[in-house]
Design a protein around this ligand. Structure first.
Ligand code: MOS
Length: 705
């Protein structure tokens, strides 16, 4: 066997920074790509989850006998007969009782899993599940988030740092300010709605639980599942080769995968469970509604003297999850009096969770709108106000910034958008029956890295295989990793095959926190570069290949302390029909400084997608909870409106050169920043068009009228 092809005489052009089609694109568009519910298995049985129809109480009875007599029904699992799960489960994201299902008779919210029917076909399972009679002893429930509720409390911590921060004297600074904004903002309950509903298949094979799941983190979900089931960590193998979106709802083990594993264990057969769109509205988490109070005080020059941001969100009685909206201002803007406070209220609702830009999305809506109001009070252009409030270091942390090109983003964005010469007066531009306005807001998202393990293998035919338990949830991660590996191996990308989403590949961070590509890419490059070193020109490669393994555990731990963020400036132009209250976004433009861009093609897709989400948040998305039943009245895509193609205008995305100082290739992360600030830019544009401040999302026609 010759190794000539392993030793190219000239280095190929760098793959990183060049547009590259998705390596799995063909498989996806031809239907060859298998998603979690597509995997076949011999003797496959199908589970259907039964959800509680009351919002609070106890299960009195599960009348399973008539259902067990129905055609094809194999089992009815409920709290009286289901396998026991670990009592004090501490998952990847901390203690979490949301997956302790069928373990007790308590019903904490409408839509809590109370049983799982398993049958030969999905139709039989569904029919039996709908026929199952569950008796309840109901208790009064409370699902209404309100600031005057006595049950709210300040949490010790949120997922984005401490529960509150306090610096200086906010009251004194407000009293001494020339311009003050004191306003309340609300955002509704929002749901992830990934294109692919959650699904899992579990089967026992030779003493190992083999699982296929739609998840953002194969390794983390496998470990969590093993712990829940009381199994050895290595006894669970979990794969998620293709995932159709997640947005945080697939960041951890969800009820469907736990139930599939339980059912497969009880029956000794492979079991698949696929959620319906409606079931997703109570089983996979959501973003809590928020009530936010912002107080800003500034001198006549617009420089902030006081910044106070208080954010209330709801959690369930099962688990404390705090939407960290007030954390947004901690790194964004400084003031002598600076206070950020969270409060959380446990209600009889499903447990909220991480949803794309947790905290930053609702928090930036409130704070970036409040800054627009402050600019109006000061008679300043919103861009000038922001430029005057650029901090020299982290306002709360005092740490230096690992790059902060926010002002550059605004300057470049203003130039491209055509902001110069904008008439600041609201409600004075007409285009036929439409009132027209423009608005802007800043974007920011923290960046970081988590340790990961990767292997790289050289094959005798001159190709390479890289393995890492990464997840590609539609972002193009697999393609980006192929490019990063190719450059480290000094070969063209078509000689590199990247295998992902298999827990057997070792520890790797989930596709979350905008840290996927950076965390995985680092490990992939390390393994690939190490392999490259070991390939001696002319030396034979054994038939089984030459494999090296690398971990970034130490490198990540050695990262210097910085305020690490990506930044952006967003602009929107809207037209408002004063007759119908309809708001149309005419165009949006974002300029981002978000680290080295690995693949411009997929990066642009992702940033555009984030901005569409922001538009959707501003104008459409709203889950409406019925206080009487405790359930949602619009738990489907007919009632829960997500922006469709007709709502999406021309969206332009640009970026500035902004390499992270510590990452080997300068990556920061682009997963979530696209959706930060976009709702504020739209709301600020609606004010500019109409002269009315909309502080409650979504900006529905009935609110505009
Ligand atoms: Mo994300 S909310 O980190 O999937």
């Amino acid at each position: 066997m010759t190794t000539a092809t392993n030793t190219p005489t000239s280095r190929p052009a760098p793959a990183v920074g060049a547009s590259h089609l998705r390596v799995e694109g063909r498989d996806k568009v031809t239907g060859a790509a298998r998603y979690a519910a597509d995997h076949p298995a011999d003797g496959l049985a199908h589970g259907w989850i039964v959800l509680s129809t009351v919002a609070r109480g106890r299960i009195r009875s599960v009348d399973d006998a008539p259902v067990l007599a129905l055609p094809g029904v194999l089992a009815v699992l409920h709290h009286g007969n289901a396998p026991r799960l670990k009592e004090d489960f501490v998952g990847t994201f901390g203690p979490d009782a949301t997956t302790r299902i069928l373990q007790h008779d308590r019903v904490p919210h409408m839509g809590w899993p109370v049983a799982c029917v398993v049958a030969e076909t999905p139709e039989q399972a569904r029919e039996a599940a709908e026929a199952l009679t569950v008796g309840y002893d109901t208790e009064p429930h409370d699902v209404r988030l309100r600031p005057d509720h006595p049950g709210s409390y300040p949490p010790e911590a949120t997922a984005m740092g401490p529960g509150s921060t306090d610096k200086g004297d906010v009251a004194a600074e407000l009293a001494a300010s020339d311009a003050v904004v004191d306003a309340w903002y609300t955002t509704p309950e929002e749901h992830h709605n990934p294109m692919e509903p959650h699904a899992a298949m579990a089967r026992w094979d030779d003493g190992r639980l083999e699982v296929v799941d739609s998840t953002q983190g194969a390794y983390a979900t496998a470990r969590d599942l093993a712990q829940l089931l009381g199994l050895d960590p290595d006894a669970v193998r979990l794969r998620s080769e293709h995932v159709g979106g997640g947005f945080g709802s697939k960041a951890q083990a969800r009820p469907h995968v736990v139930l599939a594993a339980m059912a497969a264990t009880v029956l000794g057969r492979p079991v698949r469970i696929a959620l319906t769109r409606q079931q997703m509205f109570s089983l996979i988490g959501h973003r809590s509604a928020t009530v936010q109070h912002v107080r800003l005080g500034a001198g006549p020059d617009g420089r902030l003297r006081a910044l106070e941001h208080t954010a209330l969100s709801a959690t369930s009685t099962v688990r404390e999850f705090v939407e960290p909206s007030a954390a947004y201002g901690r790194s964004m803007y400084d003031a002598s009096g600076h206070r950020t406070v969270h409060r959380v209220l446990p209600l009889d609702v499903p447990t909220p969770t991480y949803m794309r830009a947790p905290g930053e999305a609702p928090g930036s809506f409130a704070l970036e709108c409040a800054l627009d109001e402050l600019a109006e009070r000061c008679g300043l252009d919103p861009l000038v106000l922001r430029a005057r409030n650029e901090p020299a270091a982290g306002p709360v942390s005092g740490l230096p910034f690992a790059g902060r090109r926010l002002t550059d983003c605004f300057t470049e964005g203003a130039r491209r958008f055509g902001w110069a010469g904008r008439d600041p007066r609201p409600g004075v531009r007409r285009d036929g029956r439409w009132l027209v306005g423009t608005g802007t807001a800043a974007s920011s998202f923290f960046t970081g890295a988590f340790p990961a393990t990767a292997t790289a293998t050289a094959h005798p035919d001159g190709t390479f295989t890289v393995r890492i338990a990464a997840a590609d949830i539609g972002t193009g991660a697999r393609t980006a990793l192929t490019q990063l590996a190719a450059d480290a191996l000094e070969v063209a990308p078509d000689r590199v095959r990247v295998l992902i989403a298999d827990s057997d590949f070792g520890d790797a961070w989930v596709a979350g926190g905008s840290m996927g590509t950076r965390s995985w890419g680092w490990a992939v490059r390390l393994a690939a570069a190490d392999l490259r070193e070991r390939l001696t020109p002319g030396a034979d490669i054994p038939a089984g290949g030459l494999t090296v393994r690398a971990s970034t555990e130490e490198a990540v731990r050695a990262l210097a302390a910085y305020e690490r963020h990506a930044y952006g400036a967003q602009f929107a132009e809207v037209a408002v029909d004063p007759g119908t209250g309809e708001v149309r976004v005419r165009r949006m433009l974002g300029v981002f400084a978000a680290g080295r861009i690995v693949n411009p093609l997929t990066a642009r897709n992702q940033l555009t997608g984030g901005m569409v989400w922001g538009l959707s948040m501003a104008l459409h998305e709203e889950a409406v909870r019925d206080t009487a039943s405790g359930g949602l009245v619009n738990a489907d895509l007919a009632g829960y409106h997500v922006a469709a193609h007709a709502d999406v205008p021309a969206i332009e995305v640009h970026w500035l050169d902004d390499p992270d100082p510590d990452d080997p290739v300068g990556i920061k992360g682009i997963g979530e920043i696209g959706t930060v600030g976009s709702a504020a830019a739209v709301a600020n544009a609606v004010w500019h068009a109409t002269g009315v401040r909309h502080r409650d999302l979504p900006i529905r026609p009935d609110r505009v009228l």
